[in-house]
Design a protein around this ligand. Sequence first.
Ligand SMILES: Nc1ncnc2c1ncn2[C@@H]1O[C@H](COP(=O)(O)OP(=O)(O)OP(=O)(O)O)[C@@H](O)[C@H]1O
Length: 251
Amino acid sequence: MSTPKLSIKDVNLFYGDFHALHGISMDIDENKITSFIGPSGCGKSTLLKSINRMNDLVEGCKITGEFLLDNKNIYKDIEINTLRKRVGMVFQKANPFPMSVYDNIAFGPRTHGIKKKAELDVIVRQALEDAALWDEVKDRLNKSALGLSGGQQQRLCIARALAVQPEVLLMDEPTSALDPISTSKIEELTLKLKKDYTIVIVTHNMQQAMRISDKTAFFLLGDLIEYGDTEMMFSTPKEKKTEDYITGRFG
Ligand SMILES: Nc1ncnc2c1ncn2[C@@H]1O[C@H](COP(=O)(O)OP(=O)(O)OP(=O)(O)O)[C@@H](O)[C@H]1O
């Protein structure tokens, strides 16, 4: 058994008095795609964001338990800038910076001290190639990223996340605002990326979870109800609540 890339141990999360996550424990495998599914408000995004400490600035948010990345405590043993470099995030709505395509990608590496144009050129090209966007933007690198289509903007955000060479990629409903063609491009891309990255994706689209993920976690009202191999989970769920959800009986 290989050690998990991420280990979540008995995590409880409170927004003030509201108990949003109830004793969540799970291991996330390296170079695999793990989906978080469940009805709206069940805590999927909350858990995902906690993996790169996005809740740090949320007033009244309190977390107990442990998040381990390669066995190191994310909240105690890893400096936050290092954590954010190692764990990248892509959001539901593409959020390119209001600057050129090139500068969007170069932004992270520049922040981490890479200044030489030749070096940045290589990084920018590689990240755009890895995000399957290079051919579409190579002639408009100096044009505003805001002029790209929604699907292109989302791949740009993936490229931006990849440019700092993270180990883990967190994706919060990355295709929910996209048309089917852009969605399938992102899905293909995600499948390709798992060779080099550990990917965790929140999705409301159960076909998507089935198509791309190796493991699936089903959440309900802050509880992790079931977690296991995607194929098993969708064919022979162990819990009645999971079965009801995936067969559309509630949620
Ligand atoms: N910053 C916050 N302050 C207070 N409550 C919050 C905050 N963020 C989320 N919550 C609450 O925590 C619960 C879980 O929210 P979360 O966004 O994690 O759910 P989700 O499963 O990702 O939902 P969706 O699928 O709709 O995105 C919800 O009841 C939500 O209202």
